[in-house]
Structure formats: structure tokens, C-alpha cells
Ligand binder design. Structure first.
Ligand code: FAD
Length: 413
């Protein structure tokens, strides 16, 4: 518990001090994300809350808040919409929750299709705005309606559009990013990437379903004749005729096609894809959880056969196709897993890795364990550069130790 005096002090750094929230229910709600999809994380993270929430609306306020928190050694956990699945937005050591959802201005959508935004802009809002001038997001998560740009960059990977444009980190989708450092004098650092060269701004989603399609997919089942596979596509309307003839040539049929109706809160087609699949399953039976996998395009059938042989219906395949950084379309997957114990879950993860299936483990709460940690330690080096005291989201990087000199000067709360 931090000293209650910090609340008023933090309020004085904002233009409007009512943007410091202390109500315990509100603080609790804004300390949670969707970690509860994992029974393992549920055990670790239930009950973890911040001490208060601050809601800055511009970079100057963020810098002032971080300067104060650095001076008083207060932990800070940044938050967008809190739809992450790894417990990334859950404060492990209390402290301040920095809610950036109020920084929600779209600065501009340039004629060449580059959007310049504050981090709290909701992806759905940006998609709707972009479409007004003929553009669309290259890729977005199935949580498009709620999720923010900052949260997608900080905690997401890809989604709808990734079969054409790869993951968020690929093909220079992110042109530039500004970060505020956690130092005595927080700096704003700008990083730029080169301009992307891919001119095909066509979003595609490819998701496959095969019978038996579980009952919690009722809306999907109505379009899939019993015993046949169903493939979802999301494509540009001018490609529909070509798709239809390809489908006919392959002996299939188009069981439904409809126009894109914009971002809505009622379920979209994309609400039955990516990790929304897990949400429907959990609503039907809370024993379900999930994995995030990448199959080998050359041996995917054999890999699936071996998993089915070993784990039977404990694993339900749900494939999503996406382009990897080398430009090859690979079968990704967010399979559902019927959870019985942590040991069994780890056995499944171990077996996947043994047979060459990549797993980004969504049941761990640190960067190293998630499967995306790089051998050149670039994430750890960045942590030392931007946050040498380790006050940002502490506990989420297992190998991080505060710089020795910095640790000595650390004051108490
Ligand atoms: C049903 C469901 C489906 C999902 N489908 C997908 C999917 O298809 N693809 C996908 O990639 N993800 C998916 N996710 C995960 C998540 O919804 C997305 O990654 C989303 O973009 C996160 O955005 P957010 O604003 O909710 O971030 P938050 O959960 O608020 O934050 C995520 C992380 O980013 C950090 N962060 C937030 N804002 C900033 C900032 N401005 N600066 C620095 N760090 C920041 C937080 O500290 C946290 O570590 C899904 C989740 C659910 C529950």
C-alpha cells in the first residue's frame, strides 16, 4: 500500500485532479485484464491490484507523473483497454495504474495511409476513420472494438489481416513509435522504421472450422453443412468473384457472403476467430483454456495427427493462417485445450515443442516465458535503457535486475 499522500500529489500534476481514481472497485477493475482465460494465471494473479489509477491526457502529464513516480520509487503499470490475455496489465506490486485510454486523439491520417495517433485511440475508431478516406488497418486483433493502439503495440501480435500483412512487427507496419522513459527526467524517444513497400492494402482473414464444430459456435454451424469444412475469408469486395470461382473449381460452395458493415458491438464474423474462439468456449464450459501455436507448413497434418493421437479431444484445433516474416503463409493456431491440471497442460506444451510446433505460452506472466524472447536479449537491453530502476510493470521480466548504482539510490515508499 502506498502512502495516501501520493494521491493528492499526483493529482496536482494533472490539469484536473479528478483524473486520479481511488475508489477500490474502480481501481480493482482497472487492474485486471483477460488473464483469467488461463487457469494457471488465475491462480497467480487473482487479487493483484494497484493502489490508485491516474488518467493523463497528454505527453506532458505522462512525463510529470513518471518523474514523480521515479522520484518516489513507485511502481507504474501502463494500461490501454485491458484486453490482454497474459496478465500484462495486472500490477504485480501494487502502485500506480497509468490508464492511457484518455489519450485518444487521432492526430492525422496522411494521404499515403499512415495514421498518427495517441496511444489510447481504440482500433475500431481508427478503422472507421481510416475507411472514410479509403484506407483500413493492415491487421487488427479480434478485440478491435475495445483495444487501443498502445495496448496492441505493447501486448498484441497480429490477427485479422495477418494472412496478407504478417504480424504487427513484420513488413514495417509500424512506421514510428514514441516512448517515454522512466527516469529522473523522463525523455520522449522516437524510433522510426523505413517506409513499407507492400502496396496491396487488402485485408484477408482465413480461419478454418471442421466438424464436429462445437455447440458454442452455433452461428458458425449454420453456414457449415454437416460433415464439411468451413473456411472464413475476409477480403476486398472486388475479389469476391475471383474467390467464388476458385471455390467452385475446388469443388466447394459459398454458403454465405455479406458486406462489411463496420465496427459494431454485436458479434462480427471476426468474433469467431483468433482468441475470441476461446471466449465462446469459456462461456460454454469454464474448463476450457487455450494455447498459441505455430505449425510447420510442411508437416502440419502429421503434427496434428500426433497431437490428436496423444491428447484426443483434450485439444480442439482452431487454425488461423498468417504470413511469417519471410513472406510464407503458415498455419498458426489457437487451439482450445480442455484443462485438467497444470502438469497435463505443460505436458501438452512440451509435446508440441518436441514435434516442432512453436508455442507462445499464454500461461506465463513474464516476457521470457512467453515464447517471443529474443536470444540477443534485445528486450532486456531495452528495459535497462528505458527503465533502469525497473519501476515499469515490475515483475514481468524475470531476468531483469535493477542497475546496481540505481538500486542503491532507490528511496523507500
Ligand atoms: C477475446 C480476445 C481476443 C483476442 N484476440 C487477439 C488477436 O486476434 N490478436 C492479438 O494480437 N491479440 C488478441 N487479444 C489480446 C488483446 O486483446 C490485444 O493484444 C489488444 O490489442 C490489447 O490492447 P489493450 O488496449 O487492451 O491493451 P492492454 O491489455 O491494456 O495492455 C497490453 C499491454 O500493453 C501495455 N500497454 C498498454 N498501453 C501501452 C502504452 N501506451 N505504452 C506502453 N505499453 C502499453 C500494457 O502495460 C500491457 O502490458 C485478444 C484478447 C481477447 C480477450
Amino acid at each position: 500500500m502506498i502512502d495516501p499522500g501520493h494521491s493528492a500529489a499526483l493529482g496536482s500534476l494533472l490539469r484536473d485532479e479528478s483524473r486520479v481514481l481511488n475508489n477500490p472497485q474502480v481501481v480493482e477493475r482497472l487492474s485486471r485484464d483477460f488473464y483469467w482465460y488461463s487457469p494457471v494465471l488465475r491462480k497467480q494473479l487473482d487479487g493483484k491490484v494497484g493502489d490508485l489509477v491516474v488518467q493523463p491526457v497528454n505527453v506532458g502529464e505522462v512525463q510529470r507523473l513518471l518523474r514523480y513516480c521515479h522520484a518516489h520509487n513507485l511502481a507504474v503499470t501502463v494500461r490501454g483497454a485491458g484486453t490482454g490475455n497474459y496478465g500484462q496489465a495486472v500490477p504485480l506490486q501494487g502502485g500506480v495504474v497509468l490508464d492511457l485510454s484518455g489519450m485518444d486523439r487521432i492526430e492525422e491520417i496522411q494521404p499515403d495511409g499512415v495514421a498518427v495517433c495517441q496511444p489510447g485511440v481504440r482500433l475500431g475508431t481508427l478503422e472507421t476513420e481510416a475507411r472514410k478516406s479509403g484506407w483500413e488497418l493492415r491487421c487488427y486483433p479480434s478485440t478491435i472494438v475495445k483495444a487501443t493502439i498502445g495496448g496492441f503495440l505493447g501486448g498484441g501480435s497480429g490477427g485479422i489481416g495477418s494472412v496478407a500483412h504478417g504480424a504487427l512487427r513484420d513488413f514495417k507496419t509500424v512506421r514510428a513509435i514514441e516512448v517515454v522513459t522512466m527516469e529522473a527526467e523522463p525523455r520522449v524517444l522516437r524510433h522510426e522504421s523505413d517506409i513499407a513497400t507492400d502496396p496491396t492494402w487488402i485485408k484477408r482473414l482465413v480461419t478454418t472450422f471442421e466438424w464436429p464444430i462445437p455447440s458454442f459456435f452455433t452461428p458458425v454451424r449454420q453456414y457449415a453443412p454437416q460433415g464439411e469444412a468451413l473456411i472464413f475469408f475476409l477480403i476486398a469486395s472486388e475479389q469476391l468473384a475471383a474467390l467464388e470461382s476458385t471455390v467452385r473449381e475446388a469443388g466447394g460452395e459459398v454458403s454465405y457472403s455479406g458486406k462489411y458493415l463496420g465496427v459494431r458491438t454485436i458479434p462480427l464474423l471476426s468474433d469467431y476467430t483468433w482468441n475470441h474462439t476461446t471466449l465462446w468456449a469459456l462461456k460454454s464450459d469454464p474448463a476450457y483454456t487455450y494455447l498459441q501455436c505455430g505449425f510447420d507448413p510442411d508437416t502440419v497434418r502429421e503434427q496434428m495427427r500426433r497431437l490428436r493421437e496423444r491428447f484426443g479431444q483434450e485439444i480442439l484445433f482452431h487454425m488461423e493462417f498468417m504470413k511469417n516474416s519471410e513472406g510464407r503463409v503458415i498455419p498458426g493456431a489457437i487451439p482450445l485445450v480442455y484443462y485438467t491440471s497444470e502438469e497435463r497442460l505443460n505436458e501438452m506444451i512440451g509435446f508440441c515443442r518436441e514435434i516442432g510446433v512453436f508455442v507462445a505460452n499464454p500461461h506465463v506472466n513474464n516476457v521470457e516465458g512467453g515464447g517471443r524472447y529474443r536470444a540477443d536479449n534485445v528486450q532486456l537491453l531495452a528495459k535497462h535503457r528505458y527503465d533502469p530502476r525497473g519501476l515499469l510493470n515490475p515483475g514481468k521480466m524475470a531476468t531483469f535486475q535493477p542497475d546496481a548504482a540505481v538500486a542503491e539510490t532507490a528511496t523507500t515508499r
